[in-house]
Design a protein around this ligand. Structure first.
Ligand code: BES
Ligand code: MN
Ligand code: ZN
Length: 491
């Protein structure tokens, strides 16, 4: 998508979008209305179009002009609009001209608008860009791509809007990387290929290291390695560092579950819907996409991203139910269900991260439990944390970006549910509170460092279509954590 900003000028042909505020058309809108002999205002009246409802209305072949169509974009209630609303509007606009090659939009910010004009226009443009994402690479005959590939956004101050848009463009690139990784099938995206893609971030100034199985073995990562041992694909751990602040500043750390495919292992999953488990690396994808976004917009923070990459397969070499493994922390784990593998991967990734980097805090992302879908559906990620400040900040960032989190409980009583007579712990709890017992398990590997766990099994994949995402993979987490870092840990 080629997206540029220019001065506000009515084009003579093609597809044109114009914004409509709750007080009606703007200066250029009024001019266009006059040119069309009042057709725009009549169309709004006859269709019951209301600018406050944040919808769009297409007027075809407007008389008095050579334009193919004019798309009226209802900007919502001026005083209540949020930046995410503007993204949705951008998405809706792009949808309305998806079949056109090029389009122009005249972005007039209504009077009394709650968002600064530059910010509003830049967020609108982000929405257009995100809408253009398609996972298309395997459609060789009939591409399901939008044809729209060139959009010009007319604004009163192109230079300053462009400045506001540049970091958002970096954010969008990170989100699309996360979507690509989650959408990619597991025959292509195995741990080695994932590590290779993460390694591409070196071009953006990210330091990337890839740990091999031999290195992980020396570090004692028996929990992670046990999960991967049944696969012909070697396990990897990728360590990414973005150094955007003073050396003395302690980093913040993000840790991702990267199960490139989760068959369940010997505790094999039913076949119906198993293909969804190609997305079981959604946590690792979000961490990778976040590192990309931070690097592209040159975030003023020191950030570490660690992802544990494995494939969970049944085979003659696979780990068995009842096996006892020793984690890097020294704690032993009785593996009673080989399908509860994500927590085993994260156990070693979390321990490694706090040992090596002594971060201010760690936040892990994982498509960890089906139970979180039962509890929260696809709209909220489950948030588990031992730190109220992090909880508040994540909640705030999530509301602002519409990547929402909902806090779930941790408690000693739940922690007891993973005790076992045979080892320090077992990898499953009882029938109840499945997402919480998984989180309690992770907490035992945090070494009391401030920590939060986001269970994104419901939000990362199989996502409902929205004006800004038509993709199976939403890229959930990148926008949330980019905002979280930007608002609370930079400068
Ligand atoms: N990757 C799954 C969780 C999952 C389920 C993600 C549905 C996305 C959609 C995870 O590894 C898993 O299998 N969890 C088990 C845990 C159980 C064995 C304790 C589950 O949720 O059933
Ligand atoms: Mn599993
Ligand atoms: Zn899994």
């Amino acid at each position: 998508m080629n997206l540029t900003f220019s001065a506000l000028k009515i084009p003579t042909s093609g597809t044109l979008g114009i914004t409509v505020g709750d007080k009606g058309l703007g200066t250029l809108g009024k001019k266009l209305n006059k040119m069309t002999g009042g057709a725009l205002e009549r169309a709004m009246k006859n269709s019951g179009f209301k600018a406050v409802s944040k919808s769009s209305l297409t007027v075809l072949e407007p008389s008095g002009t050579k334009l193919g169509k004019i798309i009226l974009i209802g900007m919502g209630r001026s005083s209540a609009v949020k930046s995410h609303d503007l993204e949705l509007l951008g998405g809706k606009f792009a949808a309305a001209c998806e079949k056109d090659k090029t389009a122009t939009v005249l972005f007039e910010t209504p009077e009394g608008y709650a968002l600064k004009s530059d910010e509003a226009a830049a967020r609108f443009a982000l929405g257009v860009l995100l809408r253009s994402y398609r996972f298309n690479k395997y459609k060789t005959v009939k591409k399901n791509a939008p044809v729209l590939n060139k959009v010009t956004v007319g604004v009163s101050n192109p230079t300053s809007v462009k400045k506001a848009y540049t970091p958002l463009k970096g954010l969008a690139a990170g989100m699309m990387t996360a979507r690509d990784l989650v959408n990619e099938p597991a025959n292509v995206l195995h741990p080695t290929e994932f590590a290779k893609r993460a390694n591409n971030l070196t071009k953006l100034g990210v330091t990337v290291e890839v740990l091999t199985e031999a290195q992980m073995k020396r570090l004692g990562m028996g929990a992670l390695l046990g999960v991967g041992q049944g696969s012909v694909q070697p396990s990897k751990m990728v360590v990414m560092q973005w150094k955007g602040a003073a050396k003395t500043k302690k980093p913040v750390a993000f840790v991702g579950k990267g199960v490139c495919f989760d068959t369940g292992g010997i505790s094999i999953k039913p076949s119906a819907g198993m293909e969804d488990m190609r997305g079981d690396m959604g946590g690792a994808a979000a961490v990778t996409g976040l590192m990309e976004a931070l690097a592209r917009r040159k975030a003023k923070a020191n950030v570490v991203g660690v992802i544990g990459l494995v494939e969970n397969m049944p085979s003659g070499d696979a780990q068995r139910p009842g096996d006892i493994v020793t984690s890097m922390s020294g704690q032993t784990i009785e593996v009673l269900n080989t399908d509860a593998e994500g927590r085993l991967v994260l156990a070693d990734a979390l321990w490694y991260t706090q040992q090596r980097f002594k971060p201010q805090f760690m936040i892990d992302l994982a498509t960890l439990t089906g139970a979180i879908l039962v509890a929260l559906g696809q709209e909220y990620a489950g948030l588990f944390t031992n730190n109220d400040k992090i909880a508040e900040r994540l909640t705030q960032a999530g509301e602002a970006e519409d990547e929402k989190v909902w806090r779930m409980p941790l408690h000693e009583k739940f922690d007891k549910m993973i005790d076992t007579p045979n080892a320090d712990m077992k990898n499953i709890g009882g029938r109840y509170a499945g997402s919480t017992t998984a989180a309690q398990f992770l907490q035992r590997f945090t070494n009391k460092v401030p920590w939060a766990h986001l269970d994104i099994a419901g939000t990362a994949m199989g996502s409902p279509k929205t004006p800004t995402s038509q993709s199976w993979a939403s890229g959930y987490g990148v926008k949330l954590l980019n905002r979280f870092v930007q608002d609370f840990y930079e400068g």
